[in-house]
Design a protein around this ligand. Structure first.
Ligand SMILES: [Cu+2]
Length: 714
């Protein structure tokens, strides 16, 4: 359903600037030529991007995961707008997600509010996915790669006397979950000053699976309001973005809790200036989040309030210095501080959840100080070399905590949280990590039709606050921690070490002379020292259901190994007068295991193949997609991950541009196939509402849906 739209000139500039440093092929990246686009995706630092018009509808509202899915990013299921990204088997915090250059940390023990949940799909202007090896100037504090999302850019009038006035309104509807989305934007700008507003509203009921059964607790509602002020002259540009985002409710079918409120305000200030020695890029970002968990729907019932307050503050200073025509130097300094309070107010009249508030994380702090240097050098016409070194100093700390009560017995059983709190408060909680990242990539253009890129990266991530500082040992407390959708219980470990990934990867690229057909293959290998995984420290019976036994897990460092291959191909099957027919395909295979016992890692996507046939005539595009996913029989035994079956989905869509209108009509899951999501986790809400009988089953995927969108631009 996605179409590559012509980028505005401003976007083009910024794109070329960022793209140049990592991909020699990027100069062709904005052509409508399919093969060339495909080729851009293939450098060893996989550089993948989509550029859309300001206001992407009728592609849709909601989270931007659809725009990323087709770029090879997988997602583990969570709430309707909060799925967690997985790149080549590495999930969530291991992926660095930059939205307009800002990093947002999840302020929730279930990671219900990941960075991606704050950007509505309608606002996404461009997406870059750098899987695996990432330039150090775009990395740090991540081991899987970097996803770069840009929202609406400031747009300006073409000439001194002109005034730019433009805008768009759009509406989308998806039949399966009665999802209504509305988005609008308006811009007024002179040649030097630009002001724009964008807003979105999105609301969905719980979706239905291929059997027509409701998948409980998958409903949500969200809205966002965003102001962008831009100013520029010949030497400099300044952009100020103010964002307000609200989620009144969002169901999480594979968690014990739901989101009953998430309010976020953020400021993003960006200043860019050209000097005679090069360019200076500075950014200041701030985001405050008020997050509340509880229960809001009859589809999953309970009573327990949980509150979280988080704040991200950061600056970034980056200098790009062209030393000669074929040699560029980049140096930078970054600072990022995340602070967090997480507490669970006492429940009145409850023996177990009172009389005190449970303090989960008190004044948690995670601060990173980073510097890097990077050199990009074209050695001659066929060889190019990129190398970088990055150092980060990470400081983490948390204050003393308290359990609901300090009695040694509670409801006739041992109150294990009381001694756990004493032990936590007596421990030294201050931690410092010194993290080094290295990237080295060689690109070799062998012939006019073939090239190879290969490289090595060492990437480091320090544990997050929840991995180091959650401490409760009781069943209830432990089941509140974890972003895995497995309904297991988790506890942190202050002594956790940072995880260090060593990544080797190569990309082989072939295309024909006129670039209408191309093929690339990217094999990769990653060894992770001190991979943060889980070890079993006990068991429990969820919700007193004695037939279900789940593990109590503690975060722990283990060594892990991941390898796989991505293959992409595209060809122009047919072209005659105004008609064009293209076929694209890709295959992804990932394997992940623990080195100690060869056990399979959690949430590894089975081998899968996607094929898309696209027919274009003038401004009319038709698209037919097949997606095949193999059985998932390699599962994490420690987390009791479920196996899932193989499935094939077919999607069909048509898109038409007529004057100021764009219209899309599509059918996803055309044959209403019923299937389980390989990365969906367990259907806890369904189990709970169904009388808590039997074992936890897998979360089903969405059945057939008729999706429509209409946009009017003025
Ligand atoms: Cu939460």
């Amino acid at each position: 359903m996605k179409r590559l739209l012509q980028a505005s000139p401003f976007v083009l500039q910024t794109k070329v600037r960022t793209a140049f440093l990592i991909c020699p092929l990027l100069t062709t990246g904005f052509s409508q030529d399919l093969a060339a686009q495909q080729e851009d995706q293939q450098a060893v630092i996989e550089h993948i991007e989509v550029t859309g018009q300001y206001l992407n509808l009728p592609n849709g509202t909601g989270d931007a995961s659809d725009q990323l899915r087709e770029k090879g990013v997988n997602f583990s299921s969570a709430g309707g707008i909060s799925p967690l990204p997985i790149l080549r088997g590495l999930n969530d915090d291991r992926v660095k997600l930059l939205i307009d250059g800002a990093e947002t940390t999840s302020s929730c023990a279930n990671h219900m509010n990941p960075a991606l949940s704050y950007i509505d799909a309608s606002r996404v202007q461009s997406v870059n996915v750098l899987a695996g090896i990432t330039p150090v100037s775009m990395g740090g504090d991540s081991i899987a790669g970097t996803i770069i999302i840009e929202s609406e850019q400031a747009r300006y009038a073409d000439s001194p006397d002109a005034l730019l006035k433009s805008g768009a309104v759009a509406y989308t509807y998806r039949s399966n979950n009665h999802n209504h989305g509305t988005a609008l934007n308006a811009t007024i700008a002179s040649e030097k000053v630009s002001l724009s507003y964008s807003g979105s509203f999105d609301k969905a009921e719980s979706y239905r699976d291929g059997n027509g059964d409701k998948v409980l607790d998958t409903l949500y509602r969200s809205e966002s309001h965003n102001l962008t002020l831009g100013m520029r002259d010949e030497q400099q540009s300044m952009t100020l973005k103010l964002n307000h985002h609200e989620v009144p409710y969002q169901g999480f079918p594979n968690q014990y809790m739901d989101m009953v409120g998430n309010i976020s305000n953020s400021i993003n200030f960006h200043y860019l200036r050209n000097f005679n020695w090069g360019q200076l890029d500075t950014r200041l970002t701030w985001q405050d989040v008020d997050h509340e968990m509880g229960f809001f729907t009859g589809e999953k019932t309970g009573s327990m309030p949980m509150m979280t307050e988080g704040r991200d503050i950061a600056y970034k200073i980056a200098a790009e210095i062209p030393l000669s025509d074929d040699h560029t130097l980049r140096i930078g300094n970054e600072f990022h501080r995340f602070t967090l309070d997480d507490w669970w107010p006492a429940l009145e009249g409850s023996m177990m959840m009172g009389p005190d508030d449970y303090v989960n994380i008190n004044d948690g702090e995670r601060s990173r100080y980073a510097v890097y240097i990077e050199s990009e050098h074209a050695l001659n016409n066929s060889w190019k070399f990129l190398a970088g070194l990055r150092y980060e100093h990470v400081i983490m700390d948390a204050d003393e905590v308290q359990p609901y009560n300090s009695m040694s017995m509670s409801m006739g059983s041992m109150n294990v949280d009381a001694p756990a709190a004493l032990a936590f408060n007596a421990s030294d909680r201050h931690r410092r990590d010194d993290n080094f990242d290295v990237t080295a990539v060689l690109s070799y253009t062998a012939t006019q039709n073939t090239s190879v890129d290969f490289g090595y990266a060492r990437k480091t991530r320090s544990p997050n606050l929840y991995e180091r500082y959650t401490w409760g040992r009781g069943t209830m407390a432990m089941t509140m921690i974890g972003w895995f959708g497995d309904a297991n219980g988790y506890v942190g470990d202050i002594k956790l070490e940072p995880e260090i990934a060593h990544i080797l990867s190569a990309t082989l690229t072939w295309h024909n002379d006129n670039r209408t057909s191309m093929l690339t293959a990217t094999p990769y290998y990653t060894y992770v020292d001190n991979y943060i995984d889980a070890k079993k420290i006990g068991t429990f019976n969820p919700r007193m259901a004695m037939q279900v036994t789940r593990p109590r897990l503690q975060f722990t460092n283990l060594d892990a190994e991941l390898y796989g291959i991505d293959i992409n191909a595209s060809t122009q099957l047919f072209t005659q007068s105004k008609h064009k027919v293209n076929l694209t395909g890709n295959l992804a295979y990932t394997h992940g295991e623990r080195k100690r016992d060869g056990g399979d890692l959690y949430h590894i996507m089975p081998i899968n193949i996607k094929l898309a046939l696209e027919h274009q005539v003038l401004s009319w595009t038709n698209r037919l997609e097949f997606e095949w996913v193999d059985n998932k029989d390699k599962v994490d035994a420690i987390r009791l991950e479920n196996k899932t079956g193989s499935y094939t989905l077919v999607n069909l869509s048509t898109h038409y541009d007529w004057q100021a209108f764009s219209i899309t009509v599509g059918i996803s899951n055309l044959f209403d196939r019923n299937y389980d999501l390989p990365l969906g986790g367990v259907n806890f809400a369904g189990w709970s509402a169904g009388g808590k009988t039997g074992q936890f089953e897998s979360l089903p995927g969405q059945g057939r849906s008729i999706n429509t969108g209409i946009k009017y631009a003025f």
